[in-house]
Design a protein around this ligand. Structure first.
Ligand code: ZN
Length: 360
């Protein structure tokens, strides 16, 4: 393998982003673009070997979700904190239709790739991709609104390739409650998982589907910890101690991930990295390193990975996109991560956890 640090990434929204562009912003997965963050040429350039590709159903009034932040102190500039309205729950029929649309987009992308993109269902297939250079796609559904409480759709999605599921996005559904986007704030809002949510956890364990704790509120987090027998994983979150966003993990949560041999996939979102919660463009890639080092020092480098949120958020300007990933590897090296640690953070930790979670 020419690149010693092929990167498996915990989260991207590329499937959604490929369809969201206006005509003048159109891009495909196979041609290099400066729009968004991931396409095949930029993945190759940056050493992105694969990752969790999210199928996410936005609220119908997606654009209205970009509501300006409301300053919580009434000052107008939001310097003392801000809030945004919690996105409304969405209808299951709408979510199922949208999920089918994105799944179809992914299946066609794989078919059109001439073997360069592969949806992986087993760890052996993931390892094979790392060896032969195919881009490995792990199918993730973010927010289980498309799944009925009898879990019929869960089995269907599993057969379609689903291997990772976030029970909630940052809104409420039949299974539980997501955290809001306010800042600063605690993830300890609203009640825990519903009975259907607990059944969902057990079924994911039985099928061998990874349960993603990013976006889940804290009581829901502890319910998963109690009911799941798999390593606990947050695919795209950061450390609350360094940036007090409700989307980030408290020290207690981080410790629980370590104790179950799980993983924190460090999110590249500027507003989840910076201690002031600001999304300033001049945020540096060293902010990602700061969170990775914090988690590594607290629970060990075996429990740190990357969860970019590419194509779903704003990332540090000096990273820019997937082609910039070598800059992150360099910054981790500069901080003191050795080759052994870098291999773990870039891909080995994900492989270990998926090996312990998937069946076969
Ligand atoms: Zn997310």
């Amino acid at each position: 393998m020419s690149n010693p640090f092929p990167i498996l990434d915990g989260h991207n929204d590329t499937i959604l982003a490929l369809g969201r562009s206006s005509p003048e912003q159109e891009r495909t997965f196979f041609d290099r673009s400066d729009l968004g963050h991931i396409d095949l040429p930029r993945a190759r350039e940056g050493g992105l070997a694969g990752g969790f590709f999210a199928v996410f159903t936005p609220n119908i009034d997606w654009k209205k979700q970009k509501i300006p932040r409301i300053a919580t102190d009434g000052s107008g500039d939001g310097s003392a904190g801000w809030d945004v309205p919690h996105p409304d729950p969405i209808d299951r029929g709408y979510a199922l239709n949208f999920t089918v649309k994105l799944l179809s987009r992914l299946i066609r992308l794989e078919a059109d790739s001439d073997g360069e993109v592969r949806v992986v269902r087993r760890v052996e297939e993931l390892r094979q991709c790392l060896a032969d250079g195919s881009l490995a796609v792990i199918l993730h559904v973010e927010g289980a609104e498309c799944i009925d409480t009898d879990l019929e759709a869960l089995h269907l999605l599993y057969e379609a390739g689903l291997r990772s599921l976030g029970p909630v996005w940052s809104r409420s559904n039949d299974f539980g409650h997501g955290v809001p986007f306010s800042f600063p704030g605690s993830p300890d809002v609203m009640p825990g998982l519903t009975d259907a949510g607990k059944r969902l956890v057990r079924s994911c364990n039985e099928l061998g589907i990874l349960i993603d704790l990013s976006h889940l509120n804290e009581k829901g987090f502890w319910d998963v910890a109690e009911h799941s027998d798999a390593p606990l994983v947050a695919t795209h979150s950061c450390a609350h101690a360094l940036c007090p966003s409700p989307r980030n993990l408290t020290d207690r949560q981080i410790d629980a991930l370590g104790e179950t041999n799980g993983i924190v996939g460090i999110n590249f979102a500027r507003s989840f990295l910076r201690s002031d919660g600001d999304g300033d463009a001049d945020t540096s890639v060293t902010e990602i390193v700061r969170h990775a080092a914090y988690v590594a020092e607290r629970i060990g480098v075996e429990h740190v990975a990357l969860g970019s949120d590419f194509d779903g958020t704003q990332v540090p300007q000096d990273l820019k996109d997937a082609a910039g990933l070598p800059k992150l590897v360099d910054a981790l090296t500069d901080h003191g991560f050795d080759d052994d640690g870098l291999k773990k953070v870039t891909h080995q930790n994900w492989i270990r956890v998926l090996d312990a979670t998937w069946r076969g």
